[in-house]
Design a protein around this ligand. Structure first.
Ligand SMILES: [Zn+2]
Length: 215
């Protein structure tokens, strides 16, 4: 029995032929390579090799910025900085939503302030979340644009846009999240969609990382 590995997500298929489509990331048949147990290169080094080694065609030494970028990139992949940073939106935003609901339901202004600070904090961490995600996508998954990555990119864009809208809205109209405000339910609805979007991105990430494992 041969073994085939999906080069996009690492899913292992056993059989004489690779599957028509990867059950985890939907990459097609051409993305599968046969696994030959003895000479398998560790995936991280294989993914990093083209970037970390200077091209044999050009002999110009890498610039300082290029070195910093290569070092950062290696750090992100080796120490899993994307799953670490991504726990900020995934952990803090559901809490912020609960605080908003408490304020709308019971008129507790301290919870509303906490929700605002939580959203601003998450917004400040978003550049790190997106940069680490982009690096992992480019290096480990070779920038593959299969449905799972389209969903992740789409939900990241929706998340950032909604977060900016909610923070700006709250700053311009400080009384928006109160029992008396007429626009409060639209605000709550956008906050629910925001939590849904970060949850979806996280779920897809979990599918990529754990989906290929046998029970
Ligand atoms: Zn796959």
């Amino acid at each position: 029995m041969k073994k085939w590995e999906c080069t996009v997500c690492g899913y292992i298929h056993e059989g004489d032929e690779p599957p028509d489509e990867c059950p985890v990331c939907s990459a097609d048949k051409s993305m599968f390579v046969e696994v030959i147990e003895d000479v398998k290169v560790p995936e991280e080094e294989a993914a990093l090799a083209p970037e970390s080694m200077p091209s044999p065609m050009t002999h110009t030494p890498p610039t300082f910025l290029a070195k910093v970028y290569a070092f950062t990139s290696t750090l992100i992949l080796r120490h899993h900085l994307h799953p670490i940073t991504v726990h900020t939106p995934n952990g803090v935003l559901p809490m912020a939503l609960i605080f908003i609901l408490i304020t709308v339901g019971f008129g507790a202004p301290l919870f509303e302030t906490a929700a605002l600070y939580s959203c601003v904090f998450v917004l400040l961490t978003m550049p790190a979340v997106i940069f680490t995600g982009y690096e992992v996508w480019q290096k480990r998954y070779r920038g593959a644009l299969t449905p799972i990555f389209k969903i992740k990119i789409g939900s990241a864009i929706v998340s950032v846009l909604l977060l900016v809208v909610l923070v700006v809205w709250r700053v311009l109209q400080p009384e928006i999240v109160t029992k008396a405000s007429s626009g409060r339910w639209l605000f709550v609805l956008l906050a629910i969609v925001l939590v849904g979007a970060v949850g979806l991105a996280g779920h897809m990430g979990g599918k990529l990382v754990f989906g290929g494992r046998k029970e």
